[in-house]
Design a protein around this ligand. Structure first.
Ligand code: OGA
Ligand code: ZN
Ligand code: ZN
Length: 385
């Protein structure tokens, strides 16, 4: 633990506890928050840590009767009106510091990128990733920071995309099946299954929830054209916010309908093109020119919304944002579907073959995979030390 996290002083008003760290910074923890974080065996199941009481089981008004520093650096609280006892370690309090600066520093900041990322894009070697958890975690960390990554040297065997998806997370089945073939076919129900170029987009914003992650695995790519385009939607939305804050704001507030229709599917979802969290930080960008349906909004919002939509599209189409590369057989691009927007250049199916297979996985499974790998590697290190 860093020296900045050491407790220098404790003061209690009864309703809240203020800790002053040795750095001089202070944080106030309200009584109810401290009590609800009690990990004693009466409050949480000792095996799985799940809460054993309902919020309504706690006294409606809780007070800190006594607070004392312990010899191990932690603190002990005795509550009123009951005489329940709660202990906190110093490190737990540091990790859960509620001050604005601590909360800000705990937030993961995306690494924004543009065309200039070029060969520095996140790349993993599938053979290494399956053999070495550290290599897999390195890929996942780079993927999470950038919102995409390219896996190389996976088998050029059909359905490999499902093995990769189910290794990194859990494949989500849709009306396309567990996987979909991206190749030029007669009577396609989606422009993706033609040789036409596709502007950058998020997949399937007409689903609720929209798929969190998309994988595209290349089996064959000797047709001329068909290069992959990727744009960082977070970077583009950041540029929009700088250039036109009102347009940005509108796109975070007014949802639009998306739609997909096929013989066996009638999908509709409504969402904003840009999502922000409670701090105003960008957490999602969904953009799909093909499946955008109609804007169901008050008439006076229509022109401003379209102007904002056009502005975002204009930024997404700027060549300086667009990373272009070619998928080779055995390559699999993994994209956070609410951030890394993808497209392709047109290809000529009369002069060669191009066959990709795609699937979707949920974000939580991949986040969990990275945390589990990190925990296992830390445990191994602990054993070896
Ligand atoms: C898709 C798609 C891109 C490509 O199938 O969702 O965007 O490279 N395909 O064919
Ligand atoms: Zn307790
Ligand atoms: Zn797509």
């Amino acid at each position: 633990m860093s020296g900045a996290g050491m407790i220098a002083n404790l003061t209690s008003t009864g309703a809240a506890l203020t800790i002053t760290w040795q750095s001089g910074e202070a944080v106030t923890f309200p009584a109810i928050w401290l009590r609800d974080n009690c990990r004693c065996a009466a409050c949480r199941h000792p095996g799985n840590g799940q809460r054993l009481y309902e919020i309504t089981d706690l006294p409606a008004t809780l007070n800190i009767r006594e607070v004392a520093r312990q010899s191990d650096g932690g603190i002990k609280i005795v509550w009123a009106p009951d005489t329940h006892v709660t202990n906190f370690s110093e490190s737990w309090l540091t990790e859960h510091d509620l001050s604005a600066s601590a909360r800000k520093s705990r937030k993961k900041k995306p690494t924004l990128w543009s065309k200039s990322i070029g060969n520095a894009k996140p790349v993993g070697d599938w053979r290494q990733m399956v053999a070495d958890p550290a290599a897999e975690l390195a890929f996942l960390d780079a993927y999470h920071a950038h919102g995409f990554g390219l896996i190389r040297h996976s088998p050029t065997v059909p359905e490999t995309v499902l093995n990769i998806g189910n290794h990194l997370g859990f494949v989500r089945v849709t009306n396309y099946g567990a996987l979909f073939d991206v190749m030029s076919v007669p009577n396609p129900n989606n422009l993706a299954f033609t040789p036409i170029g596709l502007g950058v987009h998020s997949d399937n914003p007409y689903r609720d929830p929209t798929p969190g992650v998309q994988l595209l695995h290349c089996l064959e790519s000797d047709a001329p054209g068909g290069d992959t385009l990727l744009v960082d939607g977070f970077n583009s939305a950041t540029i929009l916010r700088q250039e036109d804050p009102a347009a940005f704001d509108l796109l975070t507030r007014i949802p639009v309908n998306f739609r997909f229709r096929a013989e066996d599917a009638e999908l509709n979802a409504r969402q904003t093109l840009i999502s922000v969290d409670e701090d105003g930080d960008i957490v999602g960008v969904h953009f799909n020119n093909r499946s955008l349906d109609w804007l169901d909004a008050p008439p006076e919002m229509v022109e401003p919304w379209f102007a904002a939509y056009r502005k975002l599209a204009d930024i997404l189409h700027r060549p300086e944002g667009e990373l272009i590369f070619r998928l080779e057989p055995g390559d699999c691009v993994v994209m956070q579907n609410d951030r890394a927007l993808h497209g392709r250049t047109e290809f000529d199916p009369s002069r060669g073959r191009r066959h990709l297979q795609g699937c979707y996985v949920d974000k939580d499974g991949m986040d969990s995979r990275a945390r589990v790998l990190r925990r296992r590697l830390a445990e191994q290190k602990g054993v070896a030390a």
